[in-house]
Each structure stands twice: as structure tokens, then as C-alpha cells.
Design a protein. Structure first.
Length: 192
């Protein structure tokens, strides 16, 4: 004689009513998370890729004379390697001063700033200001990554529109000039 014990397991599937009572209530699904906002263009402009000023022959003669004297002193003190470095830097400066930069597109969006279709997100920037160098208007953005600044060439007529677009995301506040800024300004004034 076989007796069914209530605690004994059987091979039969439990009835649907028994499973409804045994399982806890299913959690109610929450609504879908909000979709990310699509990128919207706030303002765009076209300008050269870098500040540029064509130099005269007199400037190059003066630069070569100064570099030669400095190179001779370096050669006597340290040897040939610093002189090679000095020649490479003068050559780089010559190339950057004679080859005109290409015109690229800059854009301010709700996600960041695009330079030639490469976006820099707002989280990288801390503040911005405007300045002028080599007779070119520049927008300077202070960044949290090396080299610490992003310099964009702007058109003078677009300055107010750019300022309005950027002010929505980061403050306008000019940074005090660093020692390197002061030294480069002094050298550029003496040479040119």
C-alpha cells in the first residue's frame, strides 16, 4: 500500500493555481529611461586653422642672426645636440610662418565644441575668453587636459554670437597670464 505524504515530492507538475500563490508578485516595470538629447548646432563659423602672419625678409634676417649667436654659445657650452634642436625649431617656425593654414569649420553644439568635425565635450572646459594675437582674433578655452588650452581662430563679426552660445555652458573669465605667456609675448615683441 502506497500512501501519499504531503511533504514528499512527486514527479507531477504543480497546478497553475498553486504556482500563482507560491511566487511573489512580479515587479512592475518602470518606464524606459529618458533618451539622450540629440546634438543640436547652436552656432558655426569657418576660419583658418591657426593664427597666421606672413613675415618680411628683415624679420628672418634678424631671427637667423639671433639664432646663430645663441647656437654658437650653446655649441661651446653643450656641444652639437642643442644646436641641432635650435635649427629644428627655427625651421618649424619658418614653415609655420610661410605656409598659410587651411580654412576649417568650427561649431558650438549642445554637446560641446567641434573643430573640423572632432567634438570636444563640455566636461573638458572650465572657462573661455577672447584675445588677439598676430592680428587675429582668438577664442581661448581653458581645458582640464594637456596642454591646458584650446585656441580657436574666430571672425570678429561672430564674436558676440559665439560668446552668447558658450555662456550657456561655461563662464567667460580671462585667466591671468602665466610666466610662459609673458615670456613669449616679450620675445615676439623684441623679434618683430
Amino acid at each position: 500500500m502506497i500512501l501519499d505524504m504531503p511533504n514528499q515530492k512527486s514527479n507531477q507538475a504543480p497546478s497553475p493555481q498553486a504556482t500563482q500563490q507560491a511566487t511573489p508578485q512580479q515587479p512592475v516595470q518602470s518606464p524606459l529611461p529618458p533618451r539622450p538629447e540629440p546634438e543640436k548646432l547652436l552656432f558655426s563659423w569657418k576660419a583658418p586653422a591657426r593664427a597666421f602672419k606672413k613675415r618680411e625678409r628683415e624679420f628672418w634676417v634678424r631671427l637667423i642672426v639671433i639664432a646663430s649667436i645663441f647656437g654658437f654659445i650653446l655649441f661651446i657650452v653643450e656641444g652639437a645636440m642643442p644646436v641641432v634642436l635650435l635649427i629644428a625649431l627655427v625651421f618649424l617656425f619658418y614653415i609655420l610662418s610661410t605656409v598659410e593654414p587651411e580654412t576649417i569649420e568650427y561649431a558650438v553644439t549642445n554637446k560641446g565644441i567641434k573643430v573640423a568635425d572632432r567634438r570636444n565635450d563640455w566636461e573638458l572646459f572650465t572657462r573661455f575668453w577672447f584675445t588677439k594675437r598676430l592680428n587675429t582674433d582668438l577664442l581661448i578655452l581653458e581645458t582640464l587636459v594637456v596642454p591646458g588650452r584650446l585656441e580657436l581662430v574666430i571672425n570678429d563679426s561672430d564674436k558676440d554670437k559665439i560668446k552668447k552660445s558658450l555662456s550657456l555652458y561655461i563662464p567667460e573669465e580671462e585667466a591671468a597670464p602665466t610666466r610662459m605667456d609673458k615670456a613669449s609675448d616679450w620675445v615676439s615683441k623684441k623679434i618683430s
